[in-house]
Structure formats: structure tokens, C-alpha cells
Design a protein around this ligand. Structure first.
Ligand code: B1M
Length: 207
């Protein structure tokens, strides 16, 4: 679909206004929200690949990320609108020391679309903050995202803090460097590789 291809291009090239207009147009044309989201994910995957290959650098990545965020803010209510009253609560955040939030935001958005109430703590979230929010909101689940190998140990700190607090909140983790083996090693209740499977995992953990 031409409009979705244009949307992917607008994100890849960091054209925030174009991305906003194209998401708005796609919503008005009643294109399925999942398809719009896919066009955004494809763009950021490409940005990530080119950054890794040193074809683009941090400034280009930043403007692409900002365009992505703008598009996601517009799309979010459409995904959420389909839901009824949320049955389960999830506290989500990017772990301490880590400022990457695009993947975490995607997971949060997909969870909202799957009718979870999402309490998003943002980025750079400490173990204590995760536990305090889980207690305050009586959350069923804590979702942690990490994009840096150096911040992955903070996931273990949070899992340990949850156990020490004696609360029944389950923990799930994800992010590019995270693996199922790592989840097993730190005693997290689950791991998922992408936003779509994160929803399946969350549903199975709260069932
Ligand atoms: Co950064 N960065 N970055 N960066 N950045 C990576 C992660 C890196 C792999 C790039 C590289 O070197 N090839 C590298 C990490 C190396 C490592 O540790 N192994 C890196 C680095 C080194 C850094 C800095 C240290 C760079 C510097 O300053 N020298 C710095 C760190 C800042 C900090 O956090 N303290 C930094 C900064 C930045 C920007 C600010 C420029 C920007 C972030 C903007 C933002 O997030 N608001 C940025 C970006 C955009 C990237 C890349 C290019 C793209 C990340 C992204 O958004 N991917 C990334 C390279 C790459 O990944 N190839 C890179 C798209 C996103 C949809 O995917 O987040 O993986 P992802 O999420 C997926 C899944 O992982 C999963 O679902 C999502 C959707 O399918 N998932 C979960 C994620 N969280 C989940 C949670 C779940 C379940 C699934 O359950 C709760």
C-alpha cells in the first residue's frame, strides 16, 4: 500500500511532520492499526541495521526515533480504542542506565491494544521504582526492556527485588541483547523477542 510505504520512508528519513500526516491519513482511511504499526517497525528495523553498518550515525537515528515517537503517539489511541475495560495491570519501563524507549513503547502500546492497563515508568527505571510501582498499582506483571548489554544486570536486580519484596507480580524481559537463556539465568518469569510475542507471553503469565 503506497501510503504505508510512504510512512515507512518518512520514519527512515526522520520526517516527523510527514509521518504525523501519513498516520493521520492512514487512520482516516481505516487502514488496520496493526498494518500501520508494522510500517513503523519495518522503518526502525532498517534504521537499526544501517546504524550498525555505520551507514548512518546518531543524529540520523535520533531524528528517525523522534518521527517514530510522533507516529506512535497518534496511533496509540486507535490500538487502545478496540479494548474494553482492562483486566490486568502491567508496570513497564526501560531499566536503570538505559534510555532506549522505542521497543519498550511498542510493547506498551501492543499491551494496551491487548487490553492491559499499562503503567509506563519511562526510561532509566531502578529496581526500587519497579517494585514501588508494582505495589502501588497492585500490578500483575512487571515488564523490563534493555537495549544495552551494560544495563542487563539491572534486570536481575529488579527480579531479585521483586522476590525480596514478597509480592506475586510476575516479571518479563525483552530487548535486542536479551535472550531466553538470560531470563532463565536471572529467574525472570518470561522473555519475548518482539512486541507481538510479548503480548502472548503477558497473557500466558497472567492466566
Ligand atoms: Co543506541 N545502541 N545507544 N541509541 N541504538 C543500540 C542498542 C546498539 C545495538 C547500536 C550499535 O552499536 N549497533 C548499541 C548497544 C550495544 C550493546 O550494548 N550491545 C547502542 C549504543 C552503544 C548506544 C549508546 C551507548 C551510544 C553512545 O552514546 N555512544 C547510547 C546509550 C544511551 C543510553 O541508553 N544510556 C545510545 C543512544 C541511542 C539514541 C538516543 C541515539 C537512540 C535511542 C532513542 C530512543 O530509544 N528514544 C538509539 C537507537 C535508536 C539505537 C538503535 C539504532 C535502534 C534501537 C531501536 O529503537 N530499535 C540500536 C541498534 C539496533 O537495535 N540495531 C541501538 C527498534 C526497536 C523497535 O527495537 O528496541 O529491540 P527494540 O525492541 C524490540 C524487541 O527487542 C522487543 O520488542 C521490540 C519490538 O519488536 N522488546 C521487548 C524490547 N523491549 C521489550 C520488552 C519486553 C518484550 C520485548 O518485555 C517487557
Amino acid at each position: 500500500m503506497a501510503i504505508l510505504e510512504d510512512l515507512t520512508t518518512s520514519i527512515k528519513t526522520g520526517k516527523r511532520k510527514d509521518a504525523h500526516a501519513l498516520v493521520e491519513q492512514a487512520i482516516n482511511e481505516k487502514i488496520e492499526a496493526g498494518q500501520i504499526l508494522e510500517a513503523l517497525i519495518v522503518a526502525m528495523d532498517d534504521v537499526g541495521r544501517r546504524f550498525k553498518a555505520n551507514e548512518i550515525f546518531v543524529p540520523e537515528v535520533l531524528i528517525a526515533a523522534r518521527a517514530m515517537k510522533t507516529a506512535m503517539e497518534l496511533l496509540e489511541p486507535v490500538l487502545v480504542a478496540a479494548g474494553i475495560k482492562p483486566e490486568f495491570k502491567v508496570v513497564i519501563g526501560t531499566v536503570k542506565g538505559d534510555l532506549h524507549d522505542i521497543g519498550k513503547n511498542l510493547v506498551a502500546m501492543m499491551l494496551k491494544g491487548a487490553n492491559f492497563e499499562v503503567i509506563d515508568l519511562g526510561t532509566d527505571v531502578t529496581a526500587e521504582q519497579f517494585v514501588a510501582a508494582a505495589k502501588e498499582h497492585n500490578a500483575d506483571l512487571i515488564g523490563m526492556s534493555a537495549l544495552l548489554t551494560t544495563t542487563m544486570p539491572s534486570m536481575k536486580e529488579t527480579v531479585d527485588a521483586v522476590k525480596a519484596a514478597g509480592i506475586s507480580t510476575k516479571t518479563m524481559i525483552g530487548g535486542a541483547p536479551v535472550t531466553q537463556d538470560f531470563a532463565n539465568e536471572i529467574g525472570a518469569d518470561g522473555y519475548s523477542a518482539d512486541a507481538a510475542s510479548a503480548v502472548d507471553l503477558a497473557c500466558s503469565l497472567v492466566a
